[in-house]
Design a protein around this ligand. Structure first.
Ligand SMILES: [Zn+2]
Ligand SMILES: [Zn+2]
Length: 165
């Protein structure tokens, strides 16, 4: 496993492909391709594309229990070597500029870019099961496992009190 994600720059237009495991939350598998955007061998605009896959544990939104999730995504972004950052570029709507650091010997450090993508890909709302019963609003017991005996709060009542607030 690697702690940073560093690639060689494509030389004379030849794409650089890499398959690595980044030491992040138990390991994120990455498959990437870094290539000039056009056919010009000296194009300073590069396109980074690829896939990543990782496993992590998040809290169930209802019962707060641990849920193991597997995240798998594809991505694509642009890097403008001439401007050191992509901010000066005319980016397509919704496309975020990539973050990178030029290193000596024609190499580029994309760790910050990749880690930011991985962080954002962690799902915020996950349920341990579609019919998770959640926590008892009276005593806080996990209603999937503990039969505390309190009556469930009807959905109608919750909606009415929200409207009045
Ligand atoms: Zn749950
Ligand atoms: Zn209860």
């Amino acid at each position: 496993m690697e702690t940073s994600f560093v690639l060689d720059l494509p030389r004379k237009g030849v794409p650089v492909e890499a398959r690595r495991t980044l030491a992040w939350k138990g390991g994120a598998e990455l498959e990437t391709r870094l290539a000039p955007e056009t056919n010009a061998p000296d194009d300073p605009v590069l396109r980074l594309s690829g896939t990543y896959r990782f496993e992590t544990v998040v809290e169930c939104a209802r019962c707060l229990g641990d849920v193991q999730v597997t995240v798998e995504r594809t991505f694509e972004t642009r890097l403008d070597l001439a401007h050191e950052t992509s901010e000066a570029m005319d980016l397509e709507a919704g496309e975020e500029p990539a973050t990178f650091v030029r290193l000596p010997e024609e190499r580029i450090d994309l760790t910050a870019e990749i880690v930011a993508r991985l962080e954002l890909a962690i799902p915020e709302i996950v349920l341990c099961s579609p019919d998770c019963k959640g926590l008892c609003p009276v005593c806080g017991a996990n209603r999937n496992t503990d039969g505390c005996g309190h009556a469930p709060v009807p959905r109608m009542v919750e909606t009415e009190s929200l409207k009045g607030a």
